[in-house]
Design a binder for this molecule. Structure first.
Ligand code: 2HA
Ligand code: ZN
Length: 259
């Protein structure tokens, strides 16, 4: 294994993975993370592995991506052996391994397709993470909560600041095979309007300028979902804060246009 010298984003992986493990959101080898780097590493000749998707917006860029089967709790302890450094070829159709973990997450095509869309639509978002919080996956089994709008209206109205952090609500992708390109392409489409996308029956995808920033948004959504489940356990199906109050809060903070 070629090792890589210190990359500042590794600290972001380390801290975020430790938190994902501590919160119980990335059980076993569940979840994966990646970050695009600003600086180009040394030229690499090995970028010949064909991608199932064209990613022209990230051609020539470098991506850090968690390895297949790697555990959040171990990435939190020691990121280097669990994370690989990859370069997208200049043709946007191939990639190559540079250093670190050599066996990428099965979500590699999804991550690259999503980074491509982010670079195009929201270049400041450089980090994506995927994880399996039980309280969010459980929402997918509630009759009627089968769209981003239905889930956003129900869950983000339970706490007065949740919609402020997520004015656009969350995106939603109907169940797709884990690791499939279809899942990546549908997520990329949703991420052009949202920072969070719920993968039906599977887990959550979050984007941010850093992994810590993506984690923040995930944490806000998860808090609201946990309020929902506390109420349901008390036999209350909450109506939530009414729409006019939600709009008033958004207006006061200048975010009504994003609702
Ligand atoms: O095991 O979570 O979706 C990693 C994953 C794939
Ligand atoms: Zn998963």
């Amino acid at each position: 294994m070629t090792t890589f010298s210190y990359i500042k984003q590794l600290d972001d992986f380390k801290t975020t993975a430790a938190w994902l493990a501590r919160r119980g959101w990335s059980e076993a080898a569940g979840g994966n993370m990646s970050v695009r780097l600003d600086a180009l590493a040394a030229l690499h000749e090995d970028d010949h592995i064909e991608l199932p998707v064209e990613v022209p917006y990230i051609a020539g860029q470098i991506v850090l991506l968690t390895g297949s089967g790697t555990r959040a709790r171990e990435i939190g302890e020691n990121p280097e052996p669990n994370i690989g450094l990859y370069k997208i070829a200049d043709d946007g159709r191939h990639y190559g391994w540079i250093a670190g973990n050599h066996n990428p997450s099965m979500e590699l095509p999804a991550h690259f397709a999503i980074h491509n869309a982010l670079e195009k639509n929201r270049p400041e978002d450089k980090a994506i993470l995927h994880t399996h919080p039980a309280s969010l996956i459980a929402l997918c089994h509630v009759p009627g909560l089968n769209s981003g709008k239905a889930i956003s209206d129900k869950i983000l109205s339970l706490q007065s600041e949740a919609r402020l952090i997520l004015p656009e609500g969350i995106g939603f992708v109907d169940h797709e095979l884990p690791g499939s390109l279809e899942l990546g392409l549908k997520s990329a489409e949703q991420l052009s309007r949202h920072h969070l996308v719920l993968w039906q029956y599977h887990g959550l995808l979050a984007s941010g300028a850093t992994l810590a920033g993506a984690f923040d948004k995930l944490e806000v959504f998860e808090k609201s979902a946990s309020i929902y489940w506390k109420l349901r356990a008390a036999n209350i199906d909450p109506a939530g804060i009414d729409k006019s109050t939600i709009k008033e809060i958004l207006k006061a903070f200048g975010r009504l246009d994003r609702y």
